[in-house]
Design a protein around this ligand. Sequence first.
Ligand code: AMP
Length: 407
Amino acid sequence: MIPRLKGTDDILPPESARWRRLLRGFDDLAARYGYDLVLMPVLEATELFARGVGADTEVVQKQMYTFEDRGGRSVTLRPEFTAGIVRAYVEAGGTGVMKVAASGPQFRYEQPQKGRRRQFHQVDLEYLGEPGPRADIEVIEMSHRLLAEAGVPGITVHLNSIGDASDRATYRDLLRDFLHGVANELSPDSRRRMDDNPLRVLDSKVDKDVVAAAPVPLDHLGAETAAHFAAVRSGLDAAGIGYEIAPRLVRGLDYYNRTVFEVFSPAFEAAQSSLGGGGRYDPLGELIGSRLPVPGVGVAMGCDRIVAAMPDLESPRLDVFVAVAGAAREDVASSWVRRLRAEGLRVDWAGGDRSLKSQFKAADRSGAAAVAVIGDEWERGEVRVKSMATGEEVTMDIEEAVAWLHR
Ligand code: AMP
C-alpha cells in the first residue's frame, strides 16, 4: 500500500457533498456577477512567481514546488492563481475589462496542519482592467456572499489600504526608522526584512506586540488613494457589508497596492484562520513584463477551510431511489430511471437481481427523499412510492408518481 503524500487529502463522500455545494455555489455566483470561466495551467515558469509574487516572499522563498523539467526549464506548480491569470490576460493581448473565475488546486510546501495543506483548493475571482473602486467593492462583496450562501456563520471582513508606491516612499522611511528603534526586540526574520521589505514586518505574527505602535500605511495615504479607499468603504456600506479596518493587514505578496482584505469566520478556528484574501494589484502586470499597466482586483478563497466551516445540510442527496421487484422488470426499470434522470431528477437504483429488502437498505443508505417500487402494479400502469421522511406509502398512477417526484 502506497499512502498519499503528507499535506495532501483525498476528498471522498460524504464530505465531498459539501465541496460540491461550495463549487456549484461559486460557479453560480460567478455567473450572476458576470465572471467567465478560465482554466489555467497548473505548471508555470518559475520566473512568473519569482517576479510576480516577489522573490523575497515566504511563498517564493520557502514554499514553491519548483523543479527542472526534462527540457531543462525551471517550472513551478502554481502556488496561487493571480500571477497566472494576469499573465494570460497580457499574453492574449488583453485590453479593457475581463472578469474571470477559476477553481483548482494550489501547491505550497508548508508544515501541514489543520487548514494548512501542501495541496489545497482555491476558488478565485479576478476583475481585470478596472482601476476604479467598483472592482474592489464587487470582489469583496462576492467574497462575503460566497461564504454567506455556503452557510458559513459569523463572517468578518478585515479591510485595509496600503497605498500606492508613491504614498509608500515616504511612509517606508518612517516605518524603517521605527523598526530600527525596536530592532533588538524583533525576530530574526523581521530584522532581516526591515530594510528591504519593512511593510511585511507589520503583519508578522511573532512581532505583533512590538509593531503595535508602528506607523501604519493608512495614516500616510496620498489624496488619490485616500479617496479610492473612502469610495470602497462607502460602496461596502451601501452593499450592507460590515468590515473592520485592519491597519496592519498588508498580505504577504509584493504585487498588492491600495485595497487589501481578508475574510474570517469563527466557525473555522485554526492557527491560520483566514478563509480568503485578496486585494488590488495594479503593479503586477508590469512586474511580469507587460508594457501597459494592468489594473485589477482579485480574491482567492480557500475551499478546504470554507468546507470545514460549512454546516452539513440535511437535504436529500437523491430525489428517488428506484427498487425493482424481480429481475424480469430490470429493462422496464432501467428505461424509467433513464427517463426520470433525463427530466432532471436525481435518481439511483440497485437492480432487480437483489432482494427488495436489500434494495430498501441501499435506498436508506442513499439518502433519497423517496423510494419508488416497480412491482406487480406496473402492469396496471401504477407504481408504489414511499416518502422516506414520513414513511407514508402510496400506490399511484405512473404519470401521477412522476409529477409527485418532481414536486
Ligand atoms: P493567500 O493568498 O495565501 O492569502 O491564500 C488565500 C486563501 O487560500 C487563504 O485565505 C486560505 O483560505 C487558503 N490557503 C492558503 N494557503 C493554504 C494552505 N496551505 N492550505 C489550505 N488553504 C490555504
